[in-house]
Design a binder for this molecule. Structure first.
Ligand SMILES: [Zn+2]
Length: 102
């Protein structure tokens, strides 16, 4: 473990904070169960990358309930745009291009 210190105590009372920890633990177990190997570096970057994609939520226009939001599962940043790729629970996939500010 290459962690020197952290303090999330001001967030710990939030059920959503605890849900994030449980979700990451569940994901770690799922990777092991499915025999999916990712590097330690990729594992450490994953939560930050997921958090960075949150502003780019999109809905699946092919599904019956198009109000459900999905988040990019991959993306490429070129200059001032993000090409974000999505997959919904029903197996549809699509790409949305976003203009990045700043
Ligand atoms: Zn869909």
């Amino acid at each position: 473990m290459n962690l020197r210190s952290f303090d999330h105590s001001h967030l710990a009372h939030l059920p959503e904070y605890r849900a994030v920890s449980r979700a990451l633990d569940d994901l770690a177990h799922a990777l092991k169960r499915e025999e999916i190997t990712i590097s330690d570096q990729d594992w450490r970057q994953l939560p930050a990358q997921v958090a960075a994609t949150l502003p780019f939520a999109d809905h699946c226009s092919s599904c019956q309930s198009p109000t459900r939001l999905f988040f990019p599962v991959s993306g490429t940043v070129n200059e001032s745009r993000l090409d974000a790729c999505f997959q919904c629970d029903e197996g549809h996939s699509w790409t949305t291009r976003y203009r990045l500010d700043g």
